[in-house]
Design a protein around this ligand. Structure first.
Ligand code: GCU
Length: 447
């Protein structure tokens, strides 16, 4: 069962031998407790960065025999797609609730931005259930010269709307923020010192100049990014749906962020006349890149997805266990995934799914996976392989998959229906990445 991983451990350093003994001994003492399994992955963790020590693995097939031989492929794929999506939901990200809620999207501010080139609008999205109310602020920029609704991007930020542009009119989030002096966070609260501190990640003017729009919200407005046992953020709206030992398949924070992105799309589709809600690409960097892929996999209203440096739990193949691993991510961020995902700590071979299938769930919509050369923690090769293998299915709709046979040299982008690039440099999203995303998004231009 642990074949590939055991081999890897046996060829490792001395600590690995201790880990092996511990691994064999532990299950005797730990019952089925998920926390026990999470802890198993952590002590002595050293990331593998050696291709020679990537375990042998067999990936689960995207198409089973029945689907691949079906006369009516679209109908068969619909069934198979649901099977795979359910497996991701139940075993990894967790299922979102399907109980009722009310959504109201109200504009509370608007004005000119980008030296008069853009219209800035701010909306307060209020979600209510019997359990309470929750608000998320949505910031939207659209080109002023557009005379019809524009396609565009929707993505979450790490520290709030006010960090995206140095614009005094942008409301500062009241939600909990991760500690960061650079982003002007004091006692986990955002301050005006954070204005514009993430602007290198959000080239709003460049986007506007191509005739597209961009909308963003703060991930912490949807669900604060810390482990509170799934009680705050939008989790609080659905207390009966909280993950627990009895319900280990329910939504973690990434699934909550995804659900929130779908609610923001509701707002773009129904309440923002300047945005064409049928041509929205969901974009995200890192943990929010994992979120972007899962969002588009669940919500087919998204016209496409861009995953920037999303790594483990995003585009990177889990079975490669290169850089960050399933066990490590579950230990460091126990709230991101469902409790069920912890079963796969040091046990990736038993996963019923792998991340190339997540890319396939987007087919035939445009998808872009991007890596950075120094970002080995996110496993660029594993990200590339997901785009390559997941993209193979696009042929069924007459589109080419990824037009690269191997991991490209840095700073070469392959842009098409299935796109990939390896940017030279560190874990980040910058203007170079966006230039290629803008090129990619041209395929959403009105015919
Ligand atoms: C950590 C984490 C990654 C994540 C990243 C981020 O490095 O291990 O999985 O992608 O944070 O979101 O910045």
């Amino acid at each position: 069962m642990l074949g590939g991983r055991l081999r890897q451990i046996l060829t490792g350093h001395i600590w690995s031998h201790c880990l092996l003994i511990w691994l064999i001994g532990c299950p005797l003492f730990l019952g089925k407790a998920f926390l026990g399994k999470a802890a198993m992955a952590q002590p002595g963790f050293v990331a593998n960065y050696d291709e020679g020590r990537v375990p042998e693995y067999r990936l689960p097939a995207i198409l089973d025999q029945e689907t691949s031989q079906a006369d009516d492929f679209p109908a068969a794929w619909k069934v198979r797609r649901e099977e795979i999506r359910h497996a991701f939901a139940n075993q990894m990200y967790g299922t979102a609730p399907d109980s009722p809620y009310q959504l109201v999207c109200e504009r509370f501010e608007s004005g000119d931005s980008c030296s008069g080139k853009a219209l800035r609008q701010q909306f307060r999205v209020t979600l209510s259930t019997e359990a309470g109310r929750h608000t998320i602020d949505l910031l939207v920029f659209t080109p002023k010269r557009a005379n019809k609704p524009v396609p565009g991007f929707l993505g979450l930020s790490f520290y709030g709307n006010h960090t995206v542009v140095p614009d005094e009119q942008v409301a500062i989030t009241q939600s909990w923020c991760r500690a960061s002096a650079d982003k002007g966070v004091e006692n986990h609260r955002a301050t005006a010192d954070g204005r514009g501190t993430s602007q290198s990640r959000w080239p709003v003017e460049m986007i506007i100049e191509t005739g597209m729009g961009v909308a963003t919200a703060y991930c912490g407005d949807i669900d604060p990014d810390y482990d509170d046992d799934f009680r705050n953020g939008v989790h609080a709206l659905f207390p009966d749906h909280r993950p627990s030992a009895e319900q280990p398949h329910r939504w973690g924070t990434i699934a909550a962020w995804s659900w929130g992105l779908s609610r923001l799309l509701d707002c773009l589709q129904n309440d923002v006349a300047e945005f064409d809600g049928d041509r929205v690409v969901v974009i995200g960097h890192s943990r929010l890149g994992k979120t972007a892929l899962w969002t588009a996999a669940n919500d087919v209203r998204f016209a496409g997805a861009i995953s920037n440096n999303s790594g483990c739990g995003g585009a990177a193949l889990s079975r490669r266990a290169f850089g960050e691993t399933v066990g490590r991510i579950n230990h460091s961020f126990p709230h991101w995934f469902s409790p069920n995902f912890k079963q796969y700590n040091l046990n990736e071979d038993q996963l019923p799914i792998d991340q190339h299938q997540l890319v396939a769930l987007l087919a035939p919509r445009p998808v872009y996976v991007a890596s950075a050369s120094d970002d080995r923690w996110a496993d660029p090769r594993g990200e590339f392989l997901s785009a390559k293998l997941g993209g193979e299915i696009y042929g069924r709709w007459g589109f080419s998959g990824l037009e690269l046979d191997q991991l490209p040299d840095p700073d070469r982008a392959s842009v098409g229906r299935v796109s990939y690039h390896l940017r030279q440099g560190k874990h980040d999203i910058n203007a170079w990445d966006w230039q290629h995303y803008l090129h990619f998004a041209q395929q959403l231009a009105a015919p």
